[in-house]
Every structure is written in C-alpha cells, then in structure tokens.
Ligand binder design. Structure first.
Ligand code: ADP
Ligand code: MG
Length: 260
C-alpha cells in the first residue's frame, strides 16, 4: 500500500473510532514530527494526549450544558475578601470537594446579593471538572416539577432522576413560601437523597424561619434533621456585592422601587 493510501486509511480509521481531535491533528503532527525529527513514540504520545484532553474538555462542556446552571461562576472569581464572614479554611475545604465524596450537604445562608448562588454554582462547576454529575434547580422550579410528576403519577421516577446526581443544587429556598403539597414533596426529595448524594441549598432565611417557608414546623424540623445530619452551613453576614458595584458608580442603593 502506498504511503498516501496508508494515510487515507489512518484518517478513515480515526473517524471510525470517533477520534476526531487526533484525525484533525494528525497531518500537522506528522509534518511537525518530520521537521523536529521526533520519534514515533513522541508522535503517538502527542496525538493520543491531544485526543484525551479534547474528550475531557468536551465531556465537561456537555455536562455543564446539561447541568441547568443559569450562569457560569467559578470559585476563582469569588472575592473572599469582600465576605469576611466566610472562613477561608472552610472555603478551601469545600473546594477540595470532600463534601461530595462524603455525601455531605452544604447550605449557604445569607441576605440577597452575598454570593450564595455564585458559591453554589462555583462548587457545582468544580464538581463537574472532577467528573461528577450535577444538576442545578431553583426551589420553586423544583417544587413545580415534583408537583407535575405527582399529578401524573410519576413522582417515584422524578425522585429517582434527581437522586442520581452526585451534586444537586437547590437554589433560592425561601423566596416563595411552599404550600402543603410542595412542602411534602420537598420533604420526600430531601429524604430520597439523604446519605446518597450531596445537596447544596441556598436560602435568604435562617433555619428558624424554615417553618414559615414550608408552612409547617413539624415538616421543617424533619427536613432540617435530615439535611443537617451530615452538612456544612456557611452563614454569610456581609453586604450585597451588587451594592458594592452600585456604590462604585455612585448610584444610591437600594434604587427607588428597585429590588434584587
Ligand atoms: P445571592 O445568590 O446571594 O443573592 P449572587 O451569588 O447572585 O447572590 O451574587 C450577586 C452577584 O454578585 C453575582 O453576579 C455574583 O457573581 C456577584 N458576587 C457576589 N459576591 C461576590 C464576591 N464575593 N466576589 C465576586 N463576585 C461576587
Ligand atoms: Mg441567589
């Protein structure tokens, strides 16, 4: 077989093997190898390493797209000096994702604008990088989804689906109160994930106010009992970061009639 036929077959086989990065790179890698006088081992290493890196980054991209996160915010982008109430060693410990390996929950509590969603998403993205499956949902969308499933008789399936994520982010607990059915469904979700996976919750309400959110102190106690059994609570006490940006441009805050 002539050399050009061999090369054509290599291209064909790389495509059959779905090694798209290697297939795109091989011609230039071979040219480079000739000019650099690289060994066959070096060429193979370059091509395979490129393929592995490409697959890893496209898997991360796919998992990020499917995760439902509304905006990409990383832990590196979080300015810890603006929130002195967050203990640095706790922040560093969360970054190690030890809580994911231990199936622990993380709860961010604090007023609006203090970075709860940012931190939850940052941890979620770090978990994706580490190969975990994650899903983001706001508490109100979660309750709507569970109610729909409940009415259709598919609640078990919905809970099973939500149970398979290593990290589930339930954002904005407490912005809207739950009705009786919602509170019961929320309890079922918490129970179904108990000691099976990590859930990250964010709330603008203290735990003592969760009875009001859930409309029932007994359910709230049962929910908190399970959530807090293996958990880390990060109480953020600082000012809104949004306030800082507005202060910087000299706009008074809160704006008349404005909201967060
Ligand atoms: P919350 O969920 O507590 O209401 P967010 O996480 O939505 O607050 O934060 C509001 C905005 O401010 C977001 O754009 C977020 O990225 C940014 N932000 C909040 N805190 C910080 C921080 N300490 N460093 C960098 N950006 C921050
Ligand atoms: Mg938020």
């Amino acid at each position: 077989m002539s050399e050009s036929n061999t090369l054509a077959r290599i291209h064909e086989n790389l495509l059959k093997l779905k090694m798209y990065s290697a297939e795109t790179a091989i011609d230039s890698q071979l040219e480079l190898a000739v000019s650099n006088k690289s060994s066959i081992v070096e060429i193979l290493d370059q091509i395979l390493d490129g393929e592995v890196k490409y697959r890893k980054s496209s898997a991360i991209e796919t998992r990020t797209k499917l995760s439902g996160i509304p905006v990409r915010k990383t832990l590196d982008e979080f300015d810890l000096s603006y929130q002195p109430s967050i203990d640095r060693s706790m922040f560093d410990d969360l970054r190690t994702l030890r809580f994911v390996y231990n199936q622990e929950n993380v709860i961010f509590l604090g007023p609006p604008g203090t970075g709860k969603t940012h931190l939850a998403i940052g941890l979620g993205l770090a978990a994706i990088e580490a190969g975990f499956s994650i899903y983001y949902i706001t508490s109100s969308t979660l309750i709507e989804k569970l109610k729909r499933a409940n009415h259709r008789g598919t609640l078990d399936r919905a809970l099973k689906t939500l149970g398979k994520y290593k990290v589930l982010i339930v954002d904005e607990i407490g912005y809207l109160p739950m009705d009786k059915e919602g509170a019961h469904l929320f309890f079922q979700l918490v129970s179904s994930r108990y000691e099976k996976g990590s859930t990250i919750f964010t709330s603008n309400k203290t735990y003592s106010e969760w009875g009001e959110i859930l409309g029932d102190n007994v359910i709230a106690a049962a929910v908190l009992d399970r959530i807090l059994h293996h958990s880390v609570t990060v109480n953020i006490k600082g000012e809104s970061y949004r306030l800082r940006s507005r202060k910087k441009v000299g706009v008074s805050y809160p704006p008349p009639g404005g909201s967060n």
